[in-house]
Each structure stands twice: as structure tokens, then as C-alpha cells.
Ligand binder design. Structure first.
Ligand code: BDR
Ligand code: CA
Length: 315
């Protein structure tokens, strides 16, 4: 990671971190993780943004859930209203996994705290960002429809230093079709543009099902680990939203871990393509040294849970 001095000498006056997500139960836990880590490393970035994108549930719900997470986890971010559909224009949701509201039926309980939040429009946000000279980094844990808009703007694209995205299935079956992972299926055009960007800059990490499936944990065991978290509100919220699940897969928190702790994940480099037609969202990949895409295939599980808990204690 470059320091402030080298950034300033290149004319980049700020460092901006964008979290593009579709909360979503595991997105919500990822946002808690994110909040704790940025508080532990608070000097690394100047500004933080959550772009709320359609995905697990429709946009208005992911937006509401992002606000709830911002308040519960005290995240120092501005919230941006992202895209409400795929680049192609269609949508499918994952309400069976996340509940109709995206938070396991609990968004109503936290509705009051979601009021009175100023939301920025995506176009306005990107226009403004274009007029700055900040470095940009992105964590994405949902369909890539909003990230597509960032990558489509040349003046933003050239300032992006790193993107970590939870998505894709490389050597695993899919979870929405036999071949495709959900985020990848939702917006393959977004995946394609991110792969194109990876070819240009070699600063893109995919965190696919191949590694996220290894985060699987029984809900009871997870709640047991969280007993050491001092913030009761945070503990209660996570317990609420996971109530209907016996087993959790922490897909999106692993993307946060890979972003902030790259030394604790294992990657291979890949030549990759995405299918946009018959096998929509399927990733075709050849592992080969010195390719352009970093793919996280494994990680230190003990460290993952230790970092997560330690972050929740920093909220
Ligand atoms: C991905 O799909 C969503 O349901 C999760 O939030 C995660 O981002 C896993 O396939
Ligand atoms: Ca997600």
C-alpha cells in the first residue's frame, strides 16, 4: 500500500474506499467487519462510501438495510443509491436465503433507526468523484451493476488501485444454477467489465464460492464465538438476522478479510472469462502463472474468525 507522500507527488490528494453491496445477511456481517477494521486502521482512507445495489432483495430494501447497518455498526460512511437492475435490465433475488426483507425478517424491528439518512444518487456521486483526483479502491459483495458504472468512466477507472469482489465459482458448482454463483449470474456484464479491467491493471481479486464455502459454520458456534463481543447491540443484531439459519456461510465477510488481510489468503492467478448467454454467470478459468486475475482459493480460517471478532470489538 502506497503512503500519503507518494500519492500526493502523483497528484492524488485523497484515498477513497467504496463498499458496493446488497445487504443481505452476510453483507450485513461483512459491513460490521468493515466498520471494525476501518476503525482499527482509521488513517488509511480519507472517505468511505457504501453503494447499495440491488441483488439479494430489491434496491429499496438493500438501501434500507445499508442504512440500518450504518447505524447499528456506526460506520463512518455516506450511502449512495446504486443500480436497481442488471446492466441487461433484468433482476432475480435471493429472498429464500435472506428473507423477503433481506435481513431474515428483522428489518422492521430496526426500521426506526433507518430514518433520516441522506442518500446520494449514484450519478451525482460519480460525477463528483470524477472531479477529484483521489485514488479509489473497491470492495464489492453483490451483483456488479453499480461497479460497472464506475468502471465505465475512464477518469475513474484509471484511478482505481484495487478491487476485491465476492463472486464466481471456479472449480465448484454454482449456488443459483448448477454452474453459476449468484452475484455472477445476476450481472455477467458487470463481471465481464471487471475481468477486462483486471487485464489492464492486474489489481483485481475474486473471492469465489471455492473459498467462501470454507467459512461455513453452525449458527450456534458462530454466536458462541461472538459472546466475547462487548457491544450488545451488535451481538443482538447478528443473532436476530441469522435466526432462521442453522448453518451460515460467510461469503461476503471473506471478501472483507481478503481485502484488508491479503497476506492471510491464498491466491492463484487465472485467465478467466464469463459466460453471458446459455450458462449465464459461469466462469471459465485456466490457472496459469503470471495471469491477470487473482483468485482467492483458501485462507487461514482461525485468523479469519479471530479478525472478525476483534473487528466487531472495535465498532
Ligand atoms: C453471494 O450471494 C448472496 O446471496 C450473498 O450475499 C453473497 O454475496 C453468495 O453467492
Ligand atoms: Ca452479497
Amino acid at each position: 500500500m502506497r503512503d500519503n507522500k507518494s500519492r500526493l507527488s502523483e497528484g492524488m490528494n485523497k484515498k477513497v474506499l467504496i463498499f458496493d453491496c446488497d445487504p443481505g445477511i452476510d453483507d450485513a456481517i461483512a459491513l460490521a467487519f468493515f466498520s471494525g477494521v476501518i476503525k482499527q486502521n482509521k488513517n488509511n482512507y480519507d472517505e468511505y462510501y457504501i453503494i447499495s445495489t440491488w441483488g439479494n432483495v430489491p434496491l429499496e430494501k438493500t438501501l434500507k438495510n445499508s442504512i440500518i447497518c450504518k447505524k447499528i455498526f456506526d460506520i463512518p460512511v455516506q450511502i449512495v443509491r446504486g443500480k436497481d437492475k442488471s446492466i441487461r435490465g433484468d433482476v432475480i433475488f435471493a429472498e429464500k436465503v435472506h428473507g423477503k426483507d433481506g435481513l431474515g425478517g428483522y428489518s422492521e424491528k430496526y426500521f426506526e433507526i433507518a430514518k433520516e439518512e441522506k442518500i446520494t444518487d449514484l450519478k451525482f456521486f460519480l460525477d463528483n468523484l470524477e472531479n477529484q483526483s483521489s485514488e479509489i479502491e473497491i470492495i464489492a459483495t453483490g451483483p456488479l451493476s453499480s461497479t460497472y458504472d464506475i468502471l465505465s468512466r475512464k477518469r475513474l477507472r484509471e484511478r482505481i488501485q484495487k478491487v476485491v469482489w465476492m463472486g464466481g465459482a471456479f472449480f465448484e458448482d454454482g449456488n443459483i444454477t448448477p454452474y453459476a454463483e449468484f452475484n455472477s449470474y445476476c450481472d455477467p456484464e458487470g463481471v465481464e467489465i471487471l475481468i477486462e479491467f483486471a487485464k489492464e491493471k492486474k489489481c483485481v481479486y475474486f473471492v469465489p464460492l471455492d473459498s467462501t464455502k470454507k467459512t461455513q459454520i453452525k449458527r450456534d458456534d458462530f454466536l458462541h464465538i461472538l459472546e466475547t463481543v462487548k457491544n450488545k447491540k451488535v451481538r443482538e443484531f447478528i443473532s436476530d438476522i441469522t435466526e432462521n439459519a442453522k448453518v451460515l456461510i460467510l461469503h461476503d465477510p471473506l471478501a472483507v478479510f481478503a481485502f484488508f488481510f491479503p497476506d492471510l489468503v491464498k491466491t492463484f492467478t487465472s485467465y478467466a472469462e464469463v459466460d453471458k448467454k446459455a450458462f449465464r454467470g459461469r466462469i471459465y478459468s485456466i490457472i496459469s502463472p503470471n495471469q491477470y486475475l487473482e483468485v482467492v482459493y483458501d485462507f487461514d480460517r482461525e485468523n479469519f474468525f479471530r479478525s472478525l471478532v476483534s473487528s466487531l470489538n472495535s465498532i
